[in-house]
Design a protein around this ligand. Structure first.
Ligand code: AMP
Ligand code: MG
Length: 388
């Protein structure tokens, strides 16, 4: 059995990286950028009015001024502003030569072609290149694309973006007792929640799930399923069959297929039998059969690796909040991950009955980690909640 940190270090030392493809940015949400992107323009490209108002010389702010022209956004000013003059200007328009100040229309009083101002507010000119200069880097390799990145890509004229290819991730459920959701289980069966949960976790990790269904608990069925999976996928996820039962064939088959097993027991709860192997470039996770264990180990180990294959440093969303009640445990030989609820910014323990209790997850806000050898966390202590 190895420590969780060691397991994570082993998983993340996998050298594999995905290739690159160019796609249109409309279909790039969630993808990882594979190139640095530079600005082809100054931002703003000219001295720009940030408000509707008047462009003047600041020294003239207390004087009655003559209005010499009106400039709308998208127009080029025709006249230089001299002492005693003002140009009416709209938000987004270029500030005319000679003017060094834009005062908002709300502070102006206009009569015919004259204007005067009440007050001396802050300047509403955004100077040329104040935000960015031509050639400045705007997006970095490894960033995950969301709506903010789309705006930047649009603004620098870069609608086709290089991204990392998405790994194809196979999911195989194992177990004679497992039936698919369409079916009604007989008294000794349960529905396959795990396999579908993993398909969803893969999709939420911006990779491509490939679902292989259920392999029954025979050596042959499990062998054939794993063999097919490693031929067709970048990462293969198996659930179940990694415990110590008579029909838990997964570890033996992995060895028979020539898969190098890097670890098969981790000091973590839930998820102790989590198994990790590689063969050539292909990565195999043997995840536990219980859905909470499988969920947690995917989040802790598989997801960061998926993103690392795409050169993205995955950082979960964390809220640091106070514990509402003291936590105690008798055994502290493993790192534990426990579902919690956040209510009024305090952390409450969920009504969690163990690693098959999937409903506890939908009723929780996230997970907390209790480190190995920690027996107690006191009420009022701050603790990180890893949000779902
Ligand atoms: P195993 O590792 O195969 O011994 O499975 C451990 C526990 O997880 C057993 O109670 C299984 O019935 C349960 N389990 C295994 N696979 C699934 C699945 N796909 N969905 C829900 N529960 C499962
Ligand atoms: Mg099983």
């Amino acid at each position: 059995m190895i420590l969780f940190e060691e397991a994570k270090r082993i998983v993340l030392s996998t050298p594999r990286r995905m290739g690159i493809e160019t796609i249109h940015f409309h279909s790039s949400i969630g993808r990882i950028i594979a190139e640095n992107v530079y600005s082809d323009l100054n931002f703003p490209p000219f001295n720009k009015a940030a408000m509707d108002g008047f462009a003047i010389k600041e020294a003239d702010i207390n004087n009655v001024l003559e209005i010499i022209e009106t400039v709308a956004a998208g127009q080029t000013p025709q006249k230089k502003v001299e002492t005693g003059q003002a140009t009416k200007i709209m938000t987004g328009a270029p500030v005319p030569e000679g003017a060094d100040f834009v005062i908002q229309v709300e502070l102006s009083e206009t009569t015919e072609n004259k204007v005067k101002f009440n007050g001396h507010p802050k300047n509403n000119v955004i100077p040329k290149a104040k935000q960015l200069k031509t050639g400045d880097i705007v997006l970095h390799k490894g960033e995950k694309i969301d709506a903010r990145h789309i705006a930047v890509l649009a603004s620098v004229g870069h609608p086709n973006i290089q991204v990392y290819k998405q790994p194809i991730i196979g999911v195989i459920s194992t177990g004679d007792e497992i039936v698919e959701p369409e079916n009604t289980p007989n008294p000794s069966q349960i529905r396959n929640s795990n396999g579908h949960q993993l398909v969803a976790q893969v999709a939420q990790s911006n990779a491509i799930p490939k679902y292989y269904g259920i392999a029954i608990d025979t050596y042959e069925a499990t062998y054939n399923a794993i063999k097919k999976g490693i031929d067709e996928c970048d990462i293969l996820l198996l659930t179940g069959g990694v415990s110590m039962g008579d029909f838990d064939f997964v570890p033996k088959i992995m060895i028979d297929l020539g898969i190098k097993i890097h670890f098969d027991r981790v000091a973590v709860k839930p998820g102790k039998p989590t198994t990790f192997g590689t063969i050539d470039n292909i990565i195999i996770f043997g995840l536990p059969g219980n859905p909470v264990s499988s969920f947690v180990q995917f989040e802790l180990l598989t997801k960061p690796l998926i993103y690392q294959l795409m050169e993205h440093n995955y950082i979960p969303n964390i809220s640091r909040l106070q514990l509402s009640e003291t936590y105690k445990r008798k055994k502290a030989d493993r790192q534990s991950h426990i579902p919690v609820q956040i209510i009024d910014s305090l952390v409450y323990f969920s009504n969690y009955k163990g690693s098959s209790h999937i409903h506890a997850l939908t009723e929780s806000s996230g997970l907390i980690t209790i480190e190995k050898d920690v027996f107690e966390i006191k009420k009022g202590d701050f603790i990180d909640v890893r949000l779902f």
